[in-house]
Design a protein around this ligand. Structure first.
Ligand code: AMP
Length: 118
């Protein structure tokens, strides 16, 4: 499996500020934010794409959603945020290590979903 920058970040090989971390995931700010609040929830397990996850990952995937909600609350955007997973090149994915985007702090009620991260 090819390593990615997120593998290096989750293993601590590239120094990063973790907004949150536990045994299963880390949370960092996106280097190229598409909204005033734009953070990434990255599992330590290097699953390339969402579709590469399997039933053994069920608890992990649920955990990532719980962390997303908690981090959004901690960042003060718990009432208005968007959670995005890009899957595959055609879905806008550029880093092939599963991650969730939290976007918040701007109007999320208008425009196409696809415009968010392209
Ligand atoms: P995606 O297009 O869904 O694969 O998202 C990848 C995201 O990772 C993009 O929003 C990038 O801006 C972000 N990104 C890439 N490298 C880094 C990095 N070193 N630290 C933080 N965010 C990064």
């Amino acid at each position: 499996m090819t390593d990615t920058i997120f593998g290096k970040i989750t293993r601590g090989e590239i120094p990063s500020d973790f907004l949150f971390e536990d045994d299963h995931c880390v949370v960092i700010r996106d280097i190229n934010p598409q909204a005033p609040t734009h953070v990434l929830i990255i599992p330590r397990k290097p699953i390339p794409r969402l579709v590469d996850s399997d039933p053994d990952d069920q608890a992990l995937l649920g955990h990532l959603l719980l962390v997303a909600g908690r981090v959004a609350e901690d960042l003060g955007v718990g009432d208005a945020f968007r959670l995005i997973i890009n899957n595959g090149e055609g879905g806008g994915q550029t880093v092939f290590h599963l991650h969730l985007h939290i976007l918040a702090g701007r109007d999320m009620t208008e425009g196409q979903l696809s415009a968010d991260l392209n």
